[in-house]
Design a protein around this ligand. Structure first.
Ligand code: AGP
Length: 614
């Protein structure tokens, strides 16, 4: 949800800024801009509607000797995508420029107040008020001190922000502020860097400073970074962490797109996650800082997440209830935040979030901590807000996920949830060590099962033909497969823009079956399971009404094969693990349909990878 970068140092800033925006483009890509500052403080701004490539085109031939700059790639919240609404935004004098990720909730009242005092606005964004507030503070109480001006300006804001700001009054300096939106910093011999996330910094350093909630940072051309609390009290030892992957992990590495790469990376991601997880007394999850007594006492679980991660939660519920016997509720974070919660003295909240920065999910975790629940985060991003604000964290170690559509993080999060459920089950004595070992051995086979599905990508390429000219589609499944159907439908919708309705197969006759007509594509997820026969009955119901049936079935399932127009075959897998294996076909299917419909699979319209606004 918007990406920001900044650099001040001894090298030309523009190459890093454009490169940084390219790596952060998955956060938003409807407009982009850059502000360069030379040693005397003179500012130069280039911005436009469109992608970073359009901005780079405008920057070609520019005399870009400046060694200081800030830049932004936007996902519009206030004001349509346009040249004027693209960041950076300046004050009236043109001496202050800001880029911002987040939402300033009180911007209308601030804008009215500022307008009354003579400020004029050039955009429809909430961000522009920040530039005008800094302008006023610089001329007033802050007397030219940019750090003080930004701190005072930030104290007037409500909402969420990661801000980078430059001013002709403080040549060479970049001031950053953060509340509710992520921002990381790096100090190197070449200068000081700021970015929304580590993917933009991985090629300049492996050691990153996390700007804490409410923090202010002053970046100097020497590379020095001074970190302060919101009232400018210096922070002696700001939090740091090491990036544990190489910058090349965030490049295409020969694949045509990131989605293709990330789908293919799933076996290795799961192998990494499972390595060393079985110990003498059960599953090893040393990263949870809860005591064994606290774990054993858990008597209620809330799983809270959004989107694809919420789908992980729907499956994880079955793991927690079946193995640990703990009643589990799964909630969409955006709804949960406005609901009453019924906690016990031993309630656990599990937040599942690939990015670790989803605003609604973070708000849910804070709400649960406030009522005394312990919070465990399952996340992919090291040092993310979810990880830092939780009582325990399981990193799924899937490596950077760049494509907006989540694939490898989904399957890794499923496996991490299973590990956590087995861990809880052992702690509260609901499961024997023997059974834990058996389940772990089953998980070890998953990478190989996924490799088999990957080798059958041609089946998805062929089945994609059924969707190319369709106006809508239906995804059906029962039991755990009803969630696989949901996830398959979500993938298809988000990258191919084809409507896909997911429904529990048995419920379909209560309404959605009315959609079915001759040639209407219906995906039926029907692997070997206790509900296979029931699902086949539903398959027959749509078949009888002329649907074009795309069936996901287990090798050798002749009965399903006879009823389907297209087959996506999976190797036999334990029922509880079938969601991890089966979904890979649906990821491939969605990608092929999107490609056939001419869509950009990595950067679907209207979406952003990391949804940092509520
Ligand atoms: C997944 O394909 C989606 N782009 C989206 O639903 C995503 O899963 C959701 O925004 C949650 O993100 P998170 O896991 O980073 O919290």
């Amino acid at each position: 949800m918007c990406g920001i970068v900044g650099y001040t140092g001894n090298r030309p800033a523009l190459p890093f800024l454009l490169n940084g925006l390219r790596t952060l483009e998955y956060r938003g890509y409807d407009s982009a801009g850059v502000e360069l500052e030379d040693a005397s403080g003179e500012l130069l701004e280039v911005k436009c509607r469109g992608r970073v490539a359009a901005l780079a085109g405008l920057c070609e031939g520019l005399d870009a000797h400046q060694t200081i700059g800030i830049a932004h790639t936007r996902w519009a919240t206030h004001g349509e995508p346009s040249d004027a609404n693209a960041h950076p935004h300046r004050d009236c004098s043109g001496r202050v420029a800001v880029v911002h990720n987040g939402i300033i909730e009180n911007y209308q009242e601030l804008a009215a107040e500022l307008a009354e005092r003579g400020h004029s606005f050039k955009s429809e964004t909430d961000t522009e008020v920040i530039a005008h507030l800094v302008e006023e503070e610089l001329a007033g109480a802050a007397e030219g001190d940019l750090a003080l001006a930004l701190s005072l300006a930030a104290s007037r804001l409500t909402g969420s922000w990661a801000i980078a700001c430059v001013s002709a009054d403080a040549p060479g300096e970049i001031l950053c502020a953060r509340k509710g939106s992520p921002l990381v910093l790096a100090s190197t011999a070449d200068g000081a860097y700021a970015a929304s996330d580590v993917t933009a910094l991985a090629h300049v350093t492996s050691h990153v400073i996390n700007l804490d909630e409410g923090g202010i940072a002053r970046l100097l051309p020497s590379g020095e970074i001074r970190v302060f609390e919101s009232d400018l009290t210096p922070v002696a030892e700001p939090g740091t962490f090491d990036i544990d992957w190489n910058a090349s992990a965030a490049t295409l590495g020969g694949y045509p797109d990131f989605m293709a790469k990330e789908i293919a990376e799933q076996p290795e991601a799961i192998e990494r996650l499972l390595e060393g997880r079985l110990g003498d007394s059960g599953i090893v999850l040393d990263e949870l800082s809860l005591t064994p007594e606290e774990i054993a006492a858990i008597d209620r679980i809330y799983i809270v997440a959004c989107g694809t991660s919420w789908h992980v939660g729907l499956i994880a519920r079955a793991y927690f209830e079946r193995w640990a016997g703990v009643p589990t509720t799964v909630e969409c974070a955006s709804e949960f935040n406005y609901e009453e919660v019924l906690t016990t003295d031993h309630t656990l909240c599990v937040i599942i979030t690939q990015s670790g920065e989803t605003a609604d999910t973070l708000a849910s975790a804070r709400k649960m901590r406030a009522v005394g629940a312990k919070v465990i985060a399952i996340t992919n991003v090291l040092g993310s807000t979810a990880a830092r604000e939780s009582d325990g964290v399981i990193y799924v170690q899937a490596g950077p996920e760049i494509a907006v559509a989540s694939t490898k993080a989904y399957t890794a999060q499923l496996v991490a949830s299973a590990l956590l459920a087995l861990f809880l089950a052992r702690a509260n004595d609901s499961i024997s060590l023997k059974e834990v070992r058996a389940r772990y051995r089953e998980m070890l086979r998953v990478p190989e099962l996924i490799r088999i599905v990957l080798s059958r990508a041609w089946q998805d390429e062929v089945a994609a033909r059924a969707f190319v000219d369709a106006g809508s589609s239906l995804f059906l499944g029962r039991g755990l497969s009803s969630t696989t159907a949901r996830e398959g439908a979500l993938k298809l919708k988000e990258i191919s823009y084809l409507h896909a309705e997911a429904y529990p197969a048995g419920e379909m006759k209560h309404g959605p079956i009315a959609l079915v007509e001759q040639g209407y594509p219906v995906v039926v997820v029907v692997p070997e399971s206790p509900v296979r026969d029931k699902t086949i009955s539903n398959l027959q119901e749509v078949n009888a009404r002329g649907a074009c049936v795309i069936a996901l079935a287990t090798n050798g399932d002749v009965r399903v094969a006879q009823l389907a127009d297209y087959l996506l075959l999976v190797p036999p897998a334990p029922e509880w693990l079938s969601p991890v294996v089966d979904v890979v076909h649906l990821q491939l299917l969605a990608r092929y349909v999107a490609l056939a419909r001419g869509c950009d699979v990595d950067k679907p319209r209207n979406l952003a990878k990391s949804v940092t606004v509520e």
